[in-house]
Design a protein around this ligand. Structure first.
Ligand code: S3P
Length: 178
């Protein structure tokens, strides 16, 4: 049976690949549902006083992942909140356990080519190589099943704007709320 949300006691988490729309959808969704909004990358920046590219460059990906887990732990029991997660949050088994046990997870699904196109010109450290499409495809294939392991609900974001998606998800969430 599908997990149900207990009156927003658990946070609503948005997961999915880079460029799937988590931050834009999350912010709109929080406004529609009148909940708080948190973005894990923003929290990492606040906590560390560094930008995401600088953390990757100066401290390395493992340090970034450790900060990501710290932030996830800190907010995983925060009620009345929508949280947009970095695309790699599902990589760690510990993070997946925290997500499954404490939160309600929505997976924003989108084909990798479209995600990649939306990320072009951005500053995402994992898409900095010359052949960023191949890099994105490799990451995508490693991660797709991990998103499905934590998802309580999924929606395809390929053809819709963040506003349409948020307005579509909001009543679904309400209907799943006890
Ligand atoms: C990452 C995704 C990014 C950010 C970091 C690593 C990833 O967040 O956390 O660059 O591993 O997929 P977005 O998914 O919000 O772009």
């Amino acid at each position: 049976m599908k997990k149900r949300l207990e009156l927003y006691k658990q946070p609503v988490m948005l997961v999915g690949f880079m460029g799937s729309g988590k931050s834009a959808v999350g912010e709109l969704l929080s406004q529609i549902l009148n909940l708080n909004f948190i973005d894990t990358d923003n929290e990492i920046v606040k906590e560390s006083g560094m930008t995401i590219p600088d953390i990757f460059l100066q401290k390395g990906e493992p340090s970034f992942r450790a900060l990501e887990t710290e932030i996830l732990r800190k907010f995983s029991k925060t009620p009345f909140t929508v949280i947009s997660c970095g695309g790699g949050i599902v990589l760690s088994e510990l993070n997946r356990k925290i997500l499954r046990e404490n939160t309600f997870v929505i997976w924003l699904k989108c084909p990798v080519e479209i995600c990649h196109e939306r990320c072009r010109g951005g500053d995402r450290p994992l898409l900095k190589n010359e052949d960023s499409l191949s890099a994105a495809k490799k990451l995508y294939s490693e991660r797709e099943h991990l998103y499905s392991l934590v998802a309580d609900f999924e929606i395809n974001t390929e053809h819709s704007s963040p506003d349409e998606i948020a307005h579509w998800i909001a009543p679904e969430i309400k209907s799943m709320t006890l």
